[in-house]
Design a protein. Sequence first.
Length: 118
Amino acid sequence: MRTGAAAAGLLGGLAWLAAYVLDQTDRAGAADLVGWLGVVLLAVAVVGAGAALVSRSATWLRVVVALCFAALVWSLLALLGGGSGGTGVDALAGAVAAVVSVVVLARRRPSVGSHARE
């Protein structure tokens, strides 16, 4: 789950950066499509990261924390964006998500033994 969430975060962050570039080159239709693809991928990444904050033994708690973490991140982006709908804040958030995802993917521990966790 950790690898999948990190991969989704990397792709989603890159999608938001691409949407910013497309928006600057007056390709609004393509920028919107790529931006929404980034939203979906980053939502998967944020929900996965929120679920990873809780022990695997309490499934119901993992679901609650994952959804609350997603709501927290969404509200922070809305606060930082100021409701302007501009892609500048999205591009910055996408860059941060891509960097964090690369760090998580690079720090992946090798699975060793019968009690190895992913």
